[in-house]
Design a protein around this ligand. Sequence first.
Ligand SMILES: NC(=O)c1ccc[n+]([C@@H]2O[C@H](COP(=O)([O-])OP(=O)(O)OC[C@H]3O[C@@H](n4cnc5c(N)ncnc54)[C@H](OP(=O)(O)O)[C@@H]3O)[C@@H](O)[C@H]2O)c1
Length: 273
Amino acid sequence: MTILVTGATGNVGRHVVNELIQAGQRVRALSRNPAKANLPEGVEVVYGDLSAPETLEPVLQGITGIHLITFDGGKGFAPLTTGPEIVQLAIKAGVRRVTVLWNGEKGPMEQAIEASSLEWTHLHPVEYMSNALGWADSIRNEGVVREPFGHTLSAMIHEADIASVAATALIEEGHAGKSYILTGPEVLTVPEKVHAISSVINREIRFVELTRQQARERMHQSGIQNEVINFVIEWHDNPPEYGYTVLPTVEQVTGRKPRKFAQWVEEHIGDFS
Ligand SMILES: NC(=O)c1ccc[n+]([C@@H]2O[C@H](COP(=O)([O-])OP(=O)(O)OC[C@H]3O[C@@H](n4cnc5c(N)ncnc54)[C@H](OP(=O)(O)O)[C@@H]3O)[C@@H](O)[C@H]2O)c1
């Protein structure tokens, strides 16, 4: 039995690979650039591009379970349009079980999976803790965080906890047909997150709240599409309740309490100092 991890070099996928290896599973990791994947020994790293399904046929040989990302890798997380072909190839290859990482909406991949014979589990994490890495440069260089939406509450989650749920759902029975909203163990505002980083790296960090217009301009300058900018602004102005409500799902599925933000910061001290 071999499990294929897509997005294996990404924020969540690296942890999915580690969790599966620790659980004694055989792992094949997909990357468009295997030479740069930098994954642990024992992982079979293979070339493949989810937006070019013909590259996946050899990759899927001998695979029984897949952890799937559902965006095409371009700017703005456009949903993969090749989902239906990927699902067909997976079924043909004998894949039985998949975990699917939420991409903000139910795209062609999710629809094809739900209509198929695959045992699927949808993973719907709220904000990743790793989004705080976007502050690393300004913290290191200026001791400042500039962000809009200081008041917005977030039950953000450690990527390793998303991965832990994914690995459990891929290995164990009982998770088919379930959609899990995944949160961390606490709800924090932006200034509270900044304070947590400041305490761990033992350096004062100023929080400067940007206006919506400044936030729009900054996202626009970094190449983000208008519809994504609108989505982000709307999300922060009217966050859905699940974005700021701590849920017991991670512990219920994995038997372990989700990690706190302070632990995530400890693991990333080098990025901030
Ligand atoms: N950030 C958040 O707060 C948040 C919250 C909820 C959901 N999400 C969702 O989580 C997902 C991951 O987001 P992220 O920012 O953390 O990204 P990420 O994991 O850093 O994404 C990059 C990964 O995707 C792989 N990839 C991209 N396009 C690919 C393609 N065409 N074929 C094969 N592999 C491809 C890359 O592999 P290679 O480069 O090695 O090929 C890399 O492993 C997105 O769907 C996002 O909407 C994010």
